[in-house]
Design a protein around this ligand. Structure first.
Ligand code: MSP
Length: 525
């Protein structure tokens, strides 16, 4: 049933200066799962991801590889960043690259517009810049280096030395937006989430805002400032605008109206850009602010943010080659509370794969189908009289579907999965208690056997629909194996908890295990 809601969700656009790692993959699958959920609920959904291709970091990475910046980004984007989407089974609706003309033209238009509105002036600037962050660092984020950088001020995130930059720049009057931003946070408590992120942003803005340097003149890998072509637009201003340029800002009003405002999923490292600078830029241009900025935590390795520059990056296909894309998606979205930091380990990944996906869900599916084949010649039986235990399953399916949808609304993906997984656990317990193999021994208990197997098949039907945004491949296979009509992705997710949708008489087909045993998994650990 189509709803009248529009849902526009974005990931950050990543720097393709290097290869993707599982941190980038994590943000992307989270946004994709939310998009898939809303799409399946009939909401008018749009998911955007892409790459942030300008700036000094990119220029240097290209130079270090002996090629020009365009050549470098084309290579990385085509060979690594776009293929990542397939690796992780991401169903994005659009992919924006900041070197595309559709973006560059509209960025110039936007910046010219806020210039005309009096929010930009020229000034002198001298400050410490981190190329890793592409940001002038406030004092609170500068620490003293250790090891090879002993005694030198370094960036707290990248642990690399900062560079002193002195330039004539154009500035955006960010300081004028303090009151308006504080009012925005007060009037819309959900604008920045989770709560910890919101508190951080509010106290940051309360301390006062400095104007923001929005142009650079010492290098030229970027979009030229419209009224002064000796400057390029600061890479973050350029990048943030992707969220509106991709949906027709300034050229296709109808499309823009249809999509905007967005829900932005970002890592907490780039929260302030999204929750402070970005809404201020939009306010300056007279454009509606985003619907929400949600900051998730970091994947940690050895207690520190995993990153390529610290050589702790793990490539997503190292995981998917062994476990598959469904397991990647399920693991990161269920094992880490969305919004909190989490540590990845091969041991934990293997253990959860085996106990939750293979033994819990996969095995439930295979044995149910095998029993329907064996006892009912492969046809979903017609239930007879429901008993208390069956009704308890029905109630659980209904309430799990409701709570999962409520959790998704709050972007608590881990809680949504937890609610749904209660169905897996209960159905496994239900089979053990009701012993279909014992009921099959006598003709007298066949009506009961029919009800028990219908109950499990119907529970699996609901599971396939509810888990489809998280594990699209396995649920599509299960849907076909259950002999259900159409595709699982067409099934209205907000109605998944309504009992009795499986048709008795549907022909099931046995399938290979949805999550096969991984012989090498223990060895990997
Ligand atoms: N290009 C900017 C974003 C511009 S958005 C207008 C940028 N790019 S990035 O390639 O550095 O990617 C940052 C994002 O990748 C983080 O915000 C986060 O979503 C994800 N992650 C990168 N490392 C991560 C972890 N170690 N853990 C979790 N997410 C991580 O910043």
């Amino acid at each position: 049933m189509p709803s009248d809601r529009s849902f526009y969700i974005t990931t950050p656009i990543y720097y393709p200066s290097d290869l993707p790692h599982i941190g980038h993959g994590y943000t992307t699958v989270a946004a994709d799962t939310l998009a898939r959920w809303h799409r399946q609920a009939g909401d008018d959904t749009w998911m955007l991801t892409g790459t942030d291709e300008h700036g000094q970091k990119m220029l240097r990475a290209a130079a270090a590889n002996g090629v020009g910046p365009q050549e470098w980004v084309d290579k990385l984007v085509n060979e690594s960043w776009i293929p990542l989407l397939k690796t992780l089974d991401v169903a994005n609706d659009d992919y924006i690259r900041t070197t595309q003309p559709r973006h560059e033209e509209r960025v110039r238009q936007f910046v010219a517009d806020i210039h005309d509105r009096g929010f930009i002036y020229q000034g002198e600037y001298e400050a410490l810049y981190c190329v890793g962050c592409e940001e002038f660092k406030p004092e609170s984020e500068i620490v003293m280096g250790t090891g090879e950088f002993e005694g030198v001020p370094v960036c707290a995130i990248h642990s690399k030395p900062l560079e002193l930059l002195k330039e004539q720049n154009y500035f955006f009057k960010l300081s004028e937006f303090q009151k308006k931003l504080l009012k925005l946070y007060a009037d819309n408590p959900d604008f920045v989430q989770p709560e910890s992120a919101r508190n951080e942003v509010v106290s940051f803005v309360k301390r006062g805002l400095k104007d923001l340097s929005i142009s650079r003149s010492s290098f030229d890998w970027g979009i030229k400032v419209p009224w002064d072509e000796s400057h390029i637009i600061y890479v973050w201003v350029d990048a943030l605008l992707n969220y509106v340029t991709a949906i027709g800002y300034g050229v296709d009003e109808a499309e823009f109206e249809r999509r905007w405002p967005a829900t932005h999923i970002v890592g907490k490292d780039i929260l302030r850009f999204h929750a402070v600078i970005w809404p201020a830029m939009l306010m300056a241009a007279g454009v509606e602010v985003p619907h929400q900025v949600f900051a998730h935590g970091w994947l940690l390795v050895g207690g520190e943010k995993m990153s390529k520059s610290k050589l702790t990056g793990i490539a997503p296909n190292e995981i998917t080659d062994t476990f598959g894309s469904d397991a990647f998606r399920y693991y990161f979205l269920s094992a880490i509370d969305f919004g909190q930091d989490g540590s990845f380990s091969w041991e934990d990944m293997s253990a959860r794969y085996q106990s939750e996906l293979a033994n819990g869900f996969g095995n439930l599916a295979s044995r149910t189908i095998a029993m329907i084949e064996k006892y009912f010649a492969g046809k979903v039986p017609e239930p007879t009289e429901y008993q208390d235990a069956d009704l308890a399953i029905q109630r659980l399916v209904a309430s799990a579907a409701r709570s999962a949808d409520a959790s998704i609304e709050k972007l608590e993906i881990h809680d949504a999965i937890k609610s749904i997984w209660a169905i897996v656990d209960e159905l496994n317990g239900y089979i053990t208690e009701n012993e279909p193999w014992a009921l099959a021994k006598s003709e007298d208990s066949r009506p009961r056997l029919a009800t028990v197997l219908y109950t499990v098949a119907e529970g699996l039907r609901a599971l396939a629909v509810l888990l489809s945004p998280v594990i699209p491949k396995a649920t599509a296979k299960l849907w076909a194996a259950l002999g259900a009509p159409g595709t699982v992705q067409e099934q209205p997710i907000r109605e998944a908890g309504n009992w009795g949708q499986s048709k008795p008489g549907s022909v099931v087909t046995s399938i290979p295990p949805l999550f096969p045993r991984i012989e090498s998994a223990e060895g990997e650990a």
